[in-house]
Design a protein around this ligand. Structure first.
Ligand code: KG4
Ligand code: ZN
Length: 347
């Protein structure tokens, strides 16, 4: 084991990011820099991420991010040991921009190249931020993903279940759109829900009647649309209170579903691993206070430890990619200039 300094690149969705992470012998890794250029304004007029616009913006911003990350870390190319890049899953144009940039840097510097699975980046973040040991249970909840994983090692994950349709963040975003609230939907729906009565409207609790950890969120959007249309046809429009009550009912359905599925995931985890379970969350939806509180309650009831990385490391960033690359490199993984972008790449 030696001290390793890794440059990471991320461009799989709508954030262009570069970061430098260093890890000495037997100690926790240190984030020397983490630069993220978001693209929210570029896509806001379209109500969602436009792949072609995203790819162009990544291609424009990647080298700027790399320069900033190296400057902020005060690290020169000559001091790096590895270049790590998200090689999937994600929007193909964006992933290709990142992979080509990393290949160019690797060819020019002679540094080894490592392709990283974006989901592994999220799933390994609790090790970067809290030094958590394997195995642990992971709940990944973002705008694009929702799954329960057991992390056994840097390249070894067991998937316990996940969404069979929308991701929860996507459901929050669609709800906001249906109610005329600003994007991203998560924070605006959460803010509205604070003033709402979650019991006024009935929302389904999908898949709770079926065993296992699979989830489904697309039915919530349909339920919300029906309730909204019903109010509008009866009263001619939505009042502030109607909107708040709809948001509160919708959010409570997600909270209840995630709490129950997390309870089941802990039970499944305990069947294979007798150690005290550690539950880690990552993804933008982990920012939701009600969801966090519900997960903490479940963990307390089940005598599990709950941990959530700081928000900036829950959402997309390159520090997690650099760190995942570092962990893979220590295991002996190497990729060559034939590394390809994989838009679909299950863990
Ligand atoms: O992880 P992330 O930044 O990007 C990916 O999806 O990869 O997650 C963004 C998602 C968006 O759908 C956003 O609405 C949701 O996370 N989100 C929230 C909250 N803050 C962000 N959802 C619920 N409550 C929040 N407070
Ligand atoms: Zn992500």
């Amino acid at each position: 084991v030696q001290t390793l300094t890794v440059l990471g690149l991320e461009s799989s969705c709508d954030d262009t990011a570069a970061a430098v992470v260093r890890q000495g012998e037997g100690v926790q890794a240190e984030i020397l820099s983490s630069v993220v250029h978001g693209q929210t304004e570029l896509h806001s007029a379209y109500g969602g991420v436009v792949p072609e616009i995203a790819a162009r913006a990544h291609a424009e911003k990647l080298d700027i991010c790399v320069k900033q990350a190296l400057t902020q870390a005060d690290v020169a190319f000559g001091e790096l040991d590895v270049i790590a890049v998200t090689a999937g899953p994600g929007l193909i144009g964006g992933v290709m921009s990142g992979v080509m940039c990393a290949k160019g840097l690797s060819a020019a510097t002679g540094l080894p190249l490592i392709g990283v699975n974006h989901l592994a980046g999220h799933a390994l973040t609790p090790r970067l931020t809290d030094g958590i040991a394997f195995p642990y249970l992971m709940l990944l909840v973002s705008g694009g993903h929702c799954q329960y994983l057991i992390a056994h090692g840097p390249e070894q994950f067991t998937r316990l279940g996940g969404t069979i349709d929308d991701a929860p963040g996507e459901a929050f975003d669609k709800t906001a759109r249906l109610l005329g609230l600003p994007q991203p939907g998560g924070p605006s729906v959460e803010a509205e829900a604070r003033a709402g009565d979650s019991k006024r409207f009935r929302f389904p609790r999908p898949l709770l009647d079926r065993p296992g950890c699979d989830l489904s969120f697309s039915g919530l959007k349909t339920a919300l649309m029906r309730l909204r249309d019903q109010i509008v046809s009866e009263k001619g429009g939505l009042t502030r209170q109607d909107r708040a009550d709809l948001c509160a009912g919708f959010q409570q359905a997600i909270v209840d579903t995630l709490a129950e599925k997390t309870r089941r995931a802990i039970v499944q985890y305990l069947e294979t691993s007798p150690s005290v379970p550690v539950i880690a969350v990552a993804g933008g939806v982990a920012a939701n206070t009600a969801i966090r509180a519900a997960l903490e309650t479940v963990c307390a009831q089940m005598e599990a430890r709950f941990t959530a990385p700081p928000l900036a490391l829950c959402t997309d960033n390159a520090a997690m990619i650099a760190f995942a690359g570092l962990e893979r490199f220590r295991l002996g993984a190497r990729d060559g200039l034939d590394l390809t972008a994989r838009p679909r790449w299950p863990l």
